[in-house]
Design a protein around this ligand. Structure first.
Ligand code: ACO
Length: 435
């Protein structure tokens, strides 16, 4: 296909204002908007593009995940999130994200076995937990312990060696739930539970979260499936803040354990993965349906920093498809567990009133994945500070897949944005005695 170009009028203000025309190449993907290739712009024209928050910038090419924000569509390697959430398992989705294709029966069995046999932590890692305060946030603990893995697994730190990259990928996918569960148990003052190889990925995670050494833990199949589905729904979401952080950290050649710790730090913020926790606190604060109009007005007011947590998304200008799946399974889980949670009623009413409000309609602010996930986590008996930790467990598959893809892409360069400098020009230093 012939190369396409786009013409851009360039205003050159210095020394004499004049307009010059630029011809820039246009690159096309399989789906989604085309991109203007500005890679040679600085070299040829000595100007940068300006795009804080990357609202119009593609930072890489990828074959992993596609989002159509206008249609509310999410695809992993071409498969819709709705099909994956209803028919697949988290481990199968992880395999798909890593390798590009669904596994055969044998490939799946081998992958599951590999993951299962890497869930234990080096015994020495466990001492790290005891250095944290009991009231430390579980994500703070996870960031520390996942980063510390780089000081244990020296045989999977060479990122140039594919076999070592594969080993680090398996280790991370297998060990992050163990670390999350231990962070939780530590905060409760309860004994750590070692992984059980006869359990599924989600079942083992539940066992490590809720089991006791004094009795056997029966994994409830409904809860096990709900947990697995939650992990699938969080598995990947193309170039979001935490994934871009993992790629950026990895672009310098940093080891995978350090890169994932960096991704977790980015996820933790309330504008990203921290929102699921914030939704629950917000619903508690609203407290009663009669208070909803007051909080909607607060969210709309420019003078008030309050935002409706779990609403809005950089990419989705339609209903987040993950929220749609969760909205439905939230009802199912609560029904099966026989829980009558007034917070769900409150959430449904808040959603209804917000979606009827001109402000939210005009700005295309719809519920995102975090709006309903917290209610399910709560129904499963998971305390609020653990919500973002669970998001991190699910997103681990996507972080690893994106990190691997970045390292295998011959176009990858160290991530190094430029800036529009608005500071002082060169001036002479004045010694302190003369100031
Ligand atoms: N409540 C009220 N107003 C909102 C909300 C909200 N939740 N979200 C966005 N707006 C408004 C903004 O005030 C802004 O209004 P303006 O154009 O009049 O200034 C407009 O909508 C656009 O918002 P931006 O913040 O510019 O959009 P951006 O794409 O940068 O941010 C974000 C997206 C961070 C998700 C934002 O919608 C938000 O803060 N939501 C609440 C937190 C949340 O739920 N985060 C989870 C995101 S999903 C995830 O990470 C898994």
């Amino acid at each position: 296909m012939a190369q396409e170009f786009i013409g851009i009028d360039e205003m050159v203000n210095n020394p004499q204002p004049e307009t010059k025309s630029l011809r820039l190449p246009v690159l096309k993907g399989t789906l989604g908007p085309s991109v203007v290739d500005v890679r040679d712009l600085y070299k040829s024209k000595k100007i940068f593009t300006y795009d804080p928050g990357y609202t119009s910038t593609a930072s890489c090419t990828s074959k992993i995940t596609f989002i159509d924000g206008e249609q509310g569509q999410l695809l992993h390697r071409g498969y819709s999130i709705e099909e994956l959430a209803s028919q697949s398992t988290y481990l199968e989705v992880a395999y798909l994200l890593f390798n590009g294709e669904l596994p055969t029966k044998d490939e799946y069995a081998a992958f599951e076995k590999e993951i299962t046999y890497h869930t234990l932590l080096h015994e020495q890692v466990i001492h790290f937990f005891r250095g944290f305060r009991r009231d430390a946030h579980p994500v703070a603990v996870m960031i520390g312990v996942v980063g510390a893995l780089s000081s244990f697994y020296h045989d999977s730190l060479d990122i140039q060696d594919k076999a070592q990259r594969d080993l680090a990928s398996l280790r991370l996918l297998a060990k992050v739930p163990t670390i999350a569960a231990m962070a939780f148990r530590y905060s409760q003052g309860h004994p750590f539970m070692y992984p059980q190889n006869n359990l599924s990925y989600a079942g083992n995670f539940l066992h490590m979260l809720f089991g006791y050494p004094t009795e056997s833990y029966e994994v409830d199949p409904v809860i096990e499936r709900a947990m697995d589905q939650l992990l699938i729904l969080h598995a990947d979401h193309e170039q979001n803040a935490s994934t871009s952080t993992v790629r950026m950290a990895g672009s310098s050649g940093a080891n995978p354990f350090a890169c994932l710790a960096a991704g977790m730090a980015s996820l933790w913020g309330p504008a990203h993965g921290g929102a699921n926790e914030a939704v629950l606190y917000m619903l508690h604060e609203i407290g009663d349906k009669s208070q909803i109009p007051k909080y909607i007005e607060k969210a709309k007011s420019k003078k008030d920093p309050f935002r409706l947590m779990g609403f809005g998304h950089r990419v989705y200008k339609n209903y987040d498809p993950r929220a749609a799946v969760l909205r439905e399974s939230c009802h199912k889980v609560l029904e099966v567990l026989g829980i009558d949670d007034p917070l769900l009623e409150l959430a449904l009413e808040l959603e209804k009133m917000a979606l009827e409000d001109e402000y939210f309609l005009e700005k295309k602010l719809f519920p995102n994945v975090d709006f309903y996930s917290g209610l399910i986590f709560k129904a499963l008996g998971i305390p609020t500070p653990m919500f973002t930790a669970l998001f991190a467990v699910g997103r681990t598959a996507g972080w690893i897949a994106q990190w691997r893809e970045m390292l295998e892409d011959p176009e990858t360069k160290i991530g190094r944005p430029r800036q529009l400098y608005k500071g002082e020009k060169l001036r002479t230093y004045v010694p302190i005695v003369k100031r």
